[in-house]
Design a protein around this ligand. Structure first.
Ligand code: MLC
Ligand code: AMP
Length: 505
């Protein structure tokens, strides 16, 4: 049996033939037949460039249908797709390329010179460009290439993608996801959420993370439904499109913005059958306000880069505010004591661990990190604290990892602190997430100056600019004389969060 996920997709794509796969408001349209043909041409281009089975293809491009076709082309030939946030700076990209050693880096034309320089420095042999109007050197090569209609036979553990996720040490880890990981989750979700070929997903998420790439696109491909690709979340456009859409997937910020808008009514959402939220906690208030204004209960689910989706509120049945629902079919969870790893009694808070065909196979070239987090019995330690209630619903009550989630993007404080601490004028710093009305949590820095230093907020931010993606940069910088510490000398971030809790309210 060929475990190549593309073999599963191709079967459905052939059945759906001339039906819409991806459309845009600018008039681009790929039917499933078009997507099959275009992915074969792109696969031919990749082969011509020298990309072979198992090679990584790093991609930092603006959202476009062609980026998804490139993802499909990689699957087709067994290359490993490595999407990168468009916000990453050159310095961040240098790390990813040197760690992943891709055979090809696909970038935006505007940054080609810099990309070539970084590729040379990191030993990446090829750089191509891809634009948002089906343009760029990669598309030119695809037009001239001999299409590869074959689908490379693959085993269960062959990699489909590597997605980098930041770590508590400040060094990003590449989560290795297999064809089986992605395929099993797409199949499970399409059934759990009752997807049919008639669905039209309003796709406003970025396509370099699990949510917008795998949850949204793989579920669509699995069912042969269609997606309207929007460059980004824009409430005006969402309101215009909802009467022609059936599903919206979003991070909580999408929903807090929609709820705050007078245009949110039962009428405008009448054609929609499902609103999914995830990637960060959706507050019970937003859930309730959305239901009051539209009659739709948002379906909240819980996942991670390493695991794809683990739990989901039910399609039929109570979608309970403040919970992430029950484990998806095939996914096992257990709640354990943080110190001993033993399971705690039902109803008690503990570390959430998950196991299933959705769970990744390890961190790229980090066997020790993998052993720390992926246990021998197959359970993965999520770093999330949870309880399971008497009806089996999981409540995520906190995080054991030092992580801020801002508008659905993860920011590891360590990475920001290390950069701030590089400044000679800074003695030390602590970065925390504070309640933020729009982003859920706002990245905030608390800095202790060196004696005699006068560095201010602008000085700190200037140092981060260009080194860190914009969304990781603090929204505010505070200066204090000392950081609160416990008797072990550890900075008490809880204390800082308490003191500064009203900063953005
Ligand atoms: C943009 N900015 C952000 C930000 N997004 N700052 C902090 N956090 C964010 N998430 C910056 C901009 O650069 C800008 O800075 C300013 O904030 C205001 O921008 P905006 O125009 O209001 O933002 P917008 O473009 O509307 O983007 C907000 C957003 C977007 C929430 C729509 O960030 C988004 O689409 N997030 C989705 C992230 C996602 O897909 N996560 C899934 C991860 S997968 P300035 O200074 O230039 O004005 C995962 C697993 C799972 O977690 O379970 O799904
Ligand atoms: P990432 O590493 O970007 O995949 O982010 C995964 C993390 O996002 C999880 O470990 C959780 O902390 C958080 N997360 C995802 N979905 C939810 C949710 N519905 N509720 C609370 N936290 C969530």
């Amino acid at each position: 049996m060929n475990h190549n996920l593309f073999a599963t997709f191709a079967k459905r794509m052939r059945e759906r033939d001339d039906a819409d796969f991806i459309t845009t408001r600018e008039g681009q349209r790929y039917s499933y037949a078009d997507a099959l043909a275009a992915s074969a041409r792109l696969a031919g281009a990749l082969t011509g460039i020298g990309v072979q089975q198992g090679d990584r293809v790093a991609v930092q491009v603006d959202k476009s249908p062609e980026a998804i076709l490139l993802y499909l082309a990689c699957l087709r030939i067994g290359a490993v797709y490595l999407p990168l946030n468009t916000g990453y700076t050159g310095e961040e990209i240098r790390y990813f390329l040197s760690d992943a050693e891709p055979a090809l880096f696909v970038c935006r034309a505007a940054v080609l010179d810099e990309a070539q320089r970084i590729a040379t420095e990191t030993g990446c042999p090829a750089v191509e460009t891809l634009g948002t109007a089906a343009d760029g050197s990669l598309m030119e090569k695809a037009a001239a290439a001999t299409p590869r209609e074959d689908i490379v036979p693959l085993g269960e553990r062959d990699l489909a993608a590597i997605l980098y996720t930041s770590g508590t040490t400040g060094r990003s880890k590449g989560a290795m996801l297999t064809h089986r990981n992605l395929g099993s989750n797409a199949e499970t979700l399409s059934q759990a959420w009752h997807f049919t070929p008639e669905d039209r997903l309003i796709h406003a998420l970025p396509i370099f993370h699990t949510h917008g790439l795998f949850v949204a696109c793989n579920v669509t491909l699995m069912t042969g439904s269609s997606m309207l690709f929007l460059p980004k979340f824009d409430a005006d456009v969402i309101f215009e499109e909802m009467p022609r859409g059936s599903v919206l997937m979003g991070v909580p910020t999408f929903y807090t913005r929609l709820v705050a808008d007078d245009r949110l009514t039962p009428e405008v959402t009448a054609n929609m059958r499902l609103f999914v939220s995830g990637s960060a906690p959706l507050t019970a208030e937003t859930h309730q306000a959305f239901e009051e204004k539209t009659g739709h209960a948002i379906l909240e689910r819980y996942g991670m880069t390493e695991t794809n989706m683990n739990t989901s509120n039910p399609y039929d049945g109570a979608r309970r505010a403040g919970t992430v629902g029950r484990p998806l079919p095939g996914v096992e969870i257990r709640i354990t004591d943080r110190e001993t790893g033993e399971e705690v009694p039902q109803g008690e808070i503990g570390m959430l661990q998950v196991r299933g065909p959705n769970v990744f196979i390890g961190y790229w070239r980090m066997p020790e990190k993998t052993r720390e987090e992926l246990l021998e019995d197959g359970f993965f330690i999520t770093g999330d604290l949870a309880i399971v209630d008497d009806q089996g619903y999981v409540h995520i009550v906190g995080r054991d990892k030092d992580l801020v989630i801002s508008g659905g993007y993860n920011v590891y404080p360590k990475e920001v602190e290390q950069l701030i601490d590089e400044l000679e004028e800074v003695y030390e710093s602590a970065v925390v997430g504070l309640p933020h009305p729009d982003f859920g949590e706002g990245v905030t820095a608390v800095v202790v100056r060196q004696a005699g230093s006068r560095i201010n907020e602008a000085g700190v931010l200037a140092h981060l600019n260009g080194r860190l993606a914009k969304y990781k940069q603090p929204k505010k910088v505070f200066f204090v004389n000392t950081l609160p510490r416990n008797t072990m000398g550890k900075v008490q971030k809880n204390e800082l969060r308490k003191q500064l809790q009203d900063t953005y309210r």
